[in-house]
Design a protein around this ligand. Structure first.
Ligand code: CLF
Ligand code: SF4
Length: 311
């Protein structure tokens, strides 16, 4: 029985038990700091487009919701995912997780993401599947993610209050209708919370990323942590905002945060697992969190179909 089947059999167990005992947390380098020393992940840079606009993002670069600002990864096609994993395994064999984390949003074009997960599961049944998303399309895609055997999901949640979210997002494109201002903020928050709640109920192991933006949501991080704790998420990761060059926040002088700001805020949080070993890695990162192979890989392999995100 592989891990996915096991999880499906036990999905009525409480979240804490599921996550600790059966969901494979012991082999996930992000969800378990202890595992980061020996287990690696492969990011497949498949997500071409994005369906929202964050004020700290500029689409010349990877999605800063998981990635270090200023990093640009080359896209690959879903059909190249298996070859990419074999390529990584030549350099580092102990890969426990395959993930889609950009360069855009994993569920902006869910077909590519689902296709890639399908290829990976067929070829590597023991590799766990992970995905990060802004959450807009999460609730609508959970049944298919479950069918594909995805185990771990990260949702970036930067606010739970519409007035805070309104300062962070410029627009939201949901089902080809573009929303702006408070309408955009309200819709995004509603879809994020709905998606997180449904995902926990279904038995996915959930991490929340919150980008700490001084003066915008720093006073609000505790409220976010309380909300996600009640929703039953497994792990909370606060990341310092470093505005991407040319982004709205960069141009308007909104200052970034540092590691110390994150520590000051997270040290006051209680009752939820806090991630403190995130590397804000590239959307094509591979290998150990502390031993990224992406540069070696791009020298060694073909398969890049585009150098920029077409949005
Ligand atoms: Fe990738 Fe994210 Fe899955 Fe990890 S990364 S999709 S949960 S496999 Fe990890 Fe990288 Fe931090 Fe992300 S160190 S940026 S938390
Ligand atoms: Fe940029 Fe990521 Fe926000 Fe999309 S979700 S606008 S790629 S930061």
């Amino acid at each position: 029985m592989n891990i996915t089947d096991f999880k499906k059999d036990k999905k009525d167990l409480p979240q804490s038990i599921r996550a600790d005992i059966i969901s494979g947390v012991e082999r996930h380098p992000c969800f378990n700091k202890g595992a980061a020393m020996s287990y690696g992940r492969v990011h497949l840079p498949i997500a071409k487009t994005c369906n929202i606009s964050c004020n700290y993002c500029h689409r010349d670069y990877d999605c800063p919701n998981e990635s270090r600002p200023g990093v640009t990864s080359s896209l690959i096609a879903p059909e190249d995912a298996v070859a990419r994993i074999y390529q990584v395994k030549k350099f580092f064999n102990n890969v426990s997780v395959a993930a889609i984390a950009g360069p855009g949003d994993s569920l902006s074009d869910p077909d590519d993401t689902m296709k890639a997960f399908g290829f990976i599961t067929e070829e590597f049944p023991d590799i766990m599947l992970c995905m990060s998303t802004n959450g807009l399309n999460l609730a609508d895609n959970l049944d298919e993610l479950e069918d594909r055997g995805v185990n771990f999901i990260t949702v970036t949640l930067n606010a739970i209050d519409i007035s805070v979210a309104d300062k962070i997002y410029r627009y939201v494109n949901y089902k080809d209708v573009v929303y702006t201002g408070k309408d955009a903020a309200e819709l995004l928050l509603d879809m994020q919370i709905r998606g997180i709640a449904k995902a926990v109920k279904k038995g996915f192991t959930i991490k929340i990323n919150s980008v700490l933006i001084p003066g915008i949501n720093d006073f609000h991080i505790k409220d976010i942590s309380e909300t996600v704790k009640k929703l039953g998420v497994y792990l909370f990761n606060v990341m310092p905002m470093i505005p991407a060059e040319k982004s709205y926040f960069y141009k308007t002088g909104v200052e970034g945060a540092g590691r110390k700001d994150v520590i000051d805020i997270t040290s006051g949080l209680e009752g939820i697992n806090i991630m403190d070993h995130c590397r804000q890695c590239r959307s094509d990162a591979a290998g150990l969190l502390d031993g990224d192979l992406s540069k070696k890989l791009s020298e060694a392999e073909e398969g890049s179909i585009c150098k920029k995100i077409p949005c």
